[in-house]
Write a protein that binds this ligand. Structure first.
Ligand code: SF4
Ligand code: SF4
Length: 91
């Protein structure tokens, strides 16, 4: 199944709500992505849920909507992210 063929609900359902993408990260000089232990200020670190989910793009300028096109290009999404796993299963 190609990433583009998911319905909006199916696409949202791919997220396993691990919350890892909501932690600050940086790229070192060798191009490696390193995650820090600093969460976005809007992440509930216990439930791993966004506290402002419905208005996150309005409130948080760093927050980005993960689309099939973007997921294919983003190298900082970790391997266990539901979107990355769906991408690797893409046929
Ligand atoms: S890393 Fe992937 S699976 Fe985890 S919360 Fe972010 S989008 Fe969802
Ligand atoms: S605003 Fe965006 S980056 Fe921050 S916790 Fe919510 S979903 Fe994650």
């Amino acid at each position: 199944m190609s990433l583009e063929s998911y319905s909006k609900e199916e696409w949202e359902g791919l997220c396993e709500q691990c919350g890892l993408c909501c932690f600050e990260k940086f790229e070192d000089e060798d191009g490696r992505i390193l995650f820090t232990s600093t969460p976005c200020r809007y992440l509930d670190v216990v439930t791993r849920r966004c506290k402002i989910y419905k208005k996150r793009f309005k409130v948080c300028k760093e927050c980005m909507q993960l689309t099939p096109e973007l997921v294919k290009d983003l190298k900082w999404l970790h391997r266990e992210c539901g979107y990355k796993k769906a991408m690797s299963n893409e046929q």
